[in-house]
Each structure stands twice: as C-alpha cells, then as structure tokens.
Design a protein around this ligand. Sequence first.
Ligand SMILES: Cc1cc2nc3c(=O)[nH]c(=O)nc-3n(C[C@H](O)[C@H](O)[C@H](O)COP(=O)(O)O)c2cc1C
Length: 135
Amino acid sequence: MKTAVIYWSGTGNTEQMAMAVAEGAGADLFKVSEFTGKIADYDRIALGCPAMGAEELEETEFEPFFASIEGELSGKTVGLFGSYGWGDGEWMRSWVDRATGAGATVLDGEGLMANEAPSDEDLEKCKAFGARLAQ
Ligand SMILES: Cc1cc2nc3c(=O)[nH]c(=O)nc-3n(C[C@H](O)[C@H](O)[C@H](O)COP(=O)(O)O)c2cc1C
C-alpha cells in the first residue's frame, strides 16, 4: 500500500497537520508545488489545504492541482484535511462533496479540520487519521 500526503500551507498550520498525517500513515510527504509523481502510483492519498479565499481552496497552487487530479480519484480512498480560521468549515464540506462527486471514497465521510494552529490533540487526531488511511 503506497500512500502520499500532498498539501499547501501558507503559515504552517496545515503543514503541521500534514507532517502528523504522514507520520501516522508512513506516507511520502509533498508540498503541492513539489509533487511531480503520479496519482496513479498511490493507493491512498491524503490532501491538505486550509480555508482560503471565501471558503475556498488556495487558488494559485492547490486549486489547479486538485482540478488536475479530480478525474483520477474515482475508486480511490482519499483523506482530506486542513486548518481554518473564522469560518464554520464550509470550504471542507464543499471539498468533500467535490471529491465524492469525483467518485472517491472520503475517509470518515468528512474532512479533518483544526482551528488555526493544531493543538497536541489535533496532531494526535492527524496521526490516527493517517494510520486509518493507510490501513
Ligand atoms: C487570504 C486568506 C483567506 C482565508 N479565508 C478563510 C475562510 O474563508 N474561512 C476560514 O475559516 N478561514 C480563512 N482563513 C484563515 C486560514 O484558513 C487559517 O489561518 C489557517 O490556519 C491557515 O492555514 P495555513 O497555516 O496552513 O496556511 C483565510 C486566511 C487567509 C490568509
């Protein structure tokens, strides 16, 4: 079972989550700008992006990346995670709907979120999330 964790993070909060997910999963970890691999080579994929714009994925790097792989997610299990600020998680619900619409099975049926900087408890949840993804 080969697992990739691919993320975007502006101020490091989602990056901390990504590192914990990758640790739990025993996965390869990539910043989205540095991912040059093929989605087809991975059985399980975790994707991390904070709430940006107005409840959107980050538009310059992450949104184009996600749009480019959306057609390859059918039949795959994906874990979605990210940090948010003042919202209620709308960006994550939309993202889960999009991934589900693309034919992916979203781990837990919902994304894993942390408010701003992840707490120790959030990071433990990230590790467990990674471990479940890689099972
Ligand atoms: C340009 C910008 C737009 C944002 N838009 C939202 C938003 O729509 N909803 C929300 O809950 N948080 C929003 N936030 C807050 C970030 O999601 C939050 O600070 C998060 O922890 C950033 O994660 P990062 O450190 O991985 O970049 C926004 C932050 C920035 C800088």
